[in-house]
Design a binder for this molecule. Structure first.
Ligand code: HEM
Length: 839
């Protein structure tokens, strides 16, 4: 064709046609090439997909069929880790294979398989899965993602910072942070004790971890949030910590400061050398196949960069996990008051044995607390999954795991497996009693992982949780409130975060409930000094009152017994004799009674002057105290047998709570005077000394509870002993019961009457009451002053408004005069109406 064209066409035309043909030919080539590549990719992709589909069959692992590109990710995204794992295990069995994109993952809840991989054959599974996004400074040196030799070195050194001795030395920092918490709790008074648990516990855990890592930084959480650094530690906060920690390391290395904390421990390790390593730091690797490269000796030191990375890691790993666990514990206790009672009882008993001291030793004795924590971690493990990567081909029971394959334990699914934990959604701490626990494999409970790569901060976290719980529960308790969610759902983050805030109410009544709960009392113990207005005993009485029965309506009478200085409230309900039920109840308890039962108890005149009702409402405890003192002098002056006195219920429970707090700040507790239900049948009995009477409760002699609605229990309330024959009397209760001499209970102490200690404690109580009274009067005065100031300001404002409105009237008239239709324009009318409305 070219020859032909040469003969008949001009040269330019021939060149042009040549070009055209070449171009067409080139493009054709491109198409062919492109098509070939696409076919190869497609074939490769189909091949891979078919391989994927066949992979788990080959390895003898059941599982769902993967989709091209995404594998089975769509299910994971749609359902979230927790539900996905439960669903997939229910459908395919205890060991399942599935694909996250093109990555094959083996999931298992087979406890034997778990034990083999994580403990016995750990050397095949040393490393975790690493995502590329984590390979930036300082994240790339986090112990969680270090591999093989490098991990082994860092772990061996870090472990030395968490030995028992080191934990004991760090305890004081934890305790310091617990004390700081008190302030936060005090602020809760304004919110009626309503607490978003995350607020409280995340501040606490951040302060603890920073304090134990590098420096005591009270309110670090507040500081960071002000500087906008807390948002899941963005890179700018890493920089902040980098500079900060580097300074700390420099100061420590140059001996400019010394402190019992993590950084100090790591640096000391460096100085002391490896010979001081404890048994705990030794990690043994037996298998030669994967072990030879590890025979080099351990490194002695960590670089500054490594220390920095671990410090930041600790903040991340120890902050949210622990705070979240504490939130769930508070939630579980609020929802299960019977278990909370049991725990409070344990805390009180143990602290009693340790002179009220919260320390490493006393906390280690709180075994039921361990159960509560474990059961919470079972129900809500902060890490929903953990994983390992196989470093060589591995086989267990006919199941094959290939080198580099991800092997994972769905912790949430494991902890909610009904075959291992029947009724898994129910909070039942007894599951962790030795008897039940020994029936399970240890790896059936994995909140902190297992084996040599388990959570290095586990003991630290548990110590922190226990210290906080012991401290809070020795004074307060958690309660359910309107905002407490009935059921908890977790989000899809993989960290078991609740979808709604865990809000509970903190019972701020700081009066400590003594375990004094004897079956039998001496009447002399009922002697109740009126100056000890709110006493331990009366509080106990109201607790018991809640525990037993309530009259649907009653009037109670307060009498004073001349000889005994005894105050008593008597029910005026003629059908049932509640005479002794209200003995020793202060107005505080009556107020509580009112809030619980809706029954407004009154204290009215006595039989001999039945109509003399002199009702009065107190808003301040100090008024009541003074009033009662007057009664006492009245009794003495007039030698009245039954003085007429009226002490109706205090109306402002908030004020009362504050007052109760004040009293207890002075460690006030008073003699025990107990309400009784069946010991006395008539008033005359009050004069009988040492009559044996039964405690208020639900024993056989107690009137029936019919017609009484069960009220939610309060934290500090005891389980009535005579309701449960299995409950053993505590040491103190036995002491009280068996004592031949009259004894009284001051808070947690049993003291013999008329001894020096008795006199001293009574005096200190009275002193405390006086102080409290003084403080209350001061507060009252402050309130009055503030009120007066407000009233004055109000007056000035009213005058100004009056003046302005007069001026406005004048203006209005002028405008009307000036307007052609002698009317106010609509705009001004509106303005005028607004001002009138404001007036
Ligand atoms: C309730 C609190 C905590 C929970 C539930 C928790 C849970 C876990 C879990 C499940 C693992 C993975 C274990 C495995 O793969 O076998 C882990 C690892 C780790 N945790 Fe914790 N943790 C908590 C508190 C802490 C604290 C307070 C610290 C630091 C002070 C910490 C530091 C670490 C570190 C460094 C690792 C990686 C260990 C390694 O790779 O060798 N954790 N944690």
């Amino acid at each position: 064709m070219i020859i032909y064209s040469k003969a008949i066409l001009p040269d330019e035309l021939v060149d042009f046609s040549k070009d055209l043909w070449n171009k067409i030919f080139e493009r054709k080539n491109c198409f062919i090439l492109g098509g070939t590549i696409a076919s190869i990719i497609l074939l490769n992709f189909i091949n891979n997909w078919l391989k994927q589909k066949r992979l788990f069959k080959k390895l003898n692992i059941p599982g769902p069929s993967p989709l091209p590109f995404i594998g089975n990710l769509h299910n994971l995204v749609k359902q979230g880790f927790a539900d996905h794992d439960i669903n997939i295990m229910t459908k395919y069995g205890r060991t399942v294979g599935y694909f996250e994109g093109s990555t094959p993952v083996v999931l298992t809840t087979d406890v034997r398989f778990i034990k083999n991989v994580m403990i016995k054959d750990f050397n095949y599974f040393v490393n975790r899965r690493i995502f590329d996004s984590l390979l930036v400074e300082p994240l790339d040196k986090f112990m969680t993602i270090l591999r093989d030799e490098e991990w082994k070195n860092v772990r061996a050194i870090i472990t030395t910072a968490f030995t028992t001795g080191k934990l004991k030395s760090m305890f004081k920092h934890i305790h310091e942070c617990v004390e700081n918490l008190e302030e936060f709790l005090k602020n809760l008074e304004e919110k009626d004790g309503i607490l978003d648990t995350k607020d409280l516990f995340s501040c606490f855990t951040l302060d603890v971890i920073s304090s134990c890592c590098f420096v005591f930084f009270p309110k670090l959480s507040g500081f960071l949030s002000k500087k906008e650094l807390v948002e899941f530690f963005p890179i700018k906060s890493f920089r902040f910590f980098e500079e900060f920690i580097n300074t700390v390391i420099h100061r420590r290395k140059n001996k400019l400061e010394l402190r019992d904390d993590f950084i100090q421990n790591v640096l000391e390790h460096e100085e002391n050398g490896l010979e001081k390593n404890t048994q705990e730091t030794k990690i043994e690797y037996k298998d030669e196949k994967v072990n030879n490269k590890w025979n080099t000796p351990l490194k002695k030191t960590l670089t500054n960069k490594e220390i920095l990375s671990q410090s930041i890691l600790f903040l991340l790993a120890g902050y949210e996990t622990t705070a979240q666990t504490l939130s769930y514990i508070a939630y579980n206790l609020a929802m299960n008051p019977n278990y909370q009672d049991k725990l409070i009882q344990e805390v009180d008993d143990v602290l009693d044995r340790h002179d009220g001291k919260i320390n490493y030793e006393s906390i280690s004795e709180m075994r039921f607390m361990d159960n509560v924590i474990n059961e919470t971690l079972r129900m809500f493990p902060p890490a929903v999954r953990l994983d390992r990567v196989a470093s060589a081909d591995y086989e267990y029971n006919g199941i094959k795991i290939l080198k580099d394959m991800v092997w994972s334990v769905p912790i949430w699914a494991l902890h909610h497996d009904p075959e291992i934990y029947p009724e898994p959604d129910i909070f039942r701490p007894e599951r962790f009693d030795d008897k039940e626990k020994n029936l399970r494999e240890s790896v059936a409970f994995l909140p902190f992982g297992a084996g040599p790569r388990n959570c290095v901060g586990m003991r630290f976290a548990l110590l922190e949780i226990k210290t906080l719980l012991a401290s809070v529960l020795s004074k307060y308790s958690f309660e359910k409130c309107d905002k407490t969610p009935e059921k908890i759902q977790i989000d899809n983050s993989g960290f078991a975060r609740p979808t709604c805030p865990l809000i509970v109410k903190v019972n701020l009544s700081k009066i400590t409930f003594s375990n004094f709960n004897p079956q039998i009392f001496n009447t002399t113990d009922l002697a109740y000094n009126p100056t000890d207005t709110i006493s331990q005993a009366t509080f106990d009485a109201s607790c018991q009152l809640e525990n037993s029965f309530y009259p649907q309506s009653f009037k109670s009478t307060m009498i004073s017994n001349n000889n005994e200085d005894m105050f008593c409230l008597k029910s005026a309900n003629s059908d049932t004799d509640y005479t002794n039920l209200f003995r020793g109840l202060s107005t505080f308890e009556l107020d509580r009674l009112n809030s619980i039962t809706g029954v407004k108890a009154e204290i009215v005149g006595l039989e001999d002057q039945p109509n003399q009702m002199n009702e009065k409402t107190y808003t301040d405890l100090s008024d009541l105290v003074l009033e009662q003192q007057n009664i006492k002098s009245d009794i003495q002056d007039k030698n009245l047998k039954y003085p007429v006195q009226v002490n109706p219920i205090l109306t402002n429970s908030n004020i009362l709570n504050q007052q109760v707090l004040l009293i207890n700040d002075n460690s006030m507790s008073s003699e025990s005077s107990y309400a009784t239900s069946s010991g006395f049948s008539s008033m005359e009995n009050f004069n009988k000394p040492k009559a044996e009477i039964k405690r208020l409760g639900t024993n056989k002699n107690t009137p029936s509870q019919s017609g009484v609605t069960e009220k939610p229990k309060r934290g500090r309330k005891p389980t009535p002993l005579n309701q449960d024959p299995n409950v053993k009397l505590t040491k103190k209760q036995l002491l009280m019961k068996n004592s031949e001499k009259p004894v009284v209970c001051f808070g947690n102490k049993v003291v013999e009457k008329n001894t020096d200690e008795y006199t001293k404690r009574r005096e200190s109580n009275n002193e405390a009451v006086k102080k409290c009274r003084q403080k209350l009067l001061e507060k009252q005065k402050e309130r009055e002053d503030r009120m007066k100031k407000l009233q004055d300001e109000n007056k000035v404002l009213t005058n100004t408004v009056d003046k302005l409105s007069q001026e406005l009237n004048v203006l209005k008239n002028i405008i009307i005069q000036m307007s052609p239709d002698k009317k106010l324009p609509a705009q001004i009318t509106n303005m005028y109406m607004e001002v009138e409305h404001f007036k």
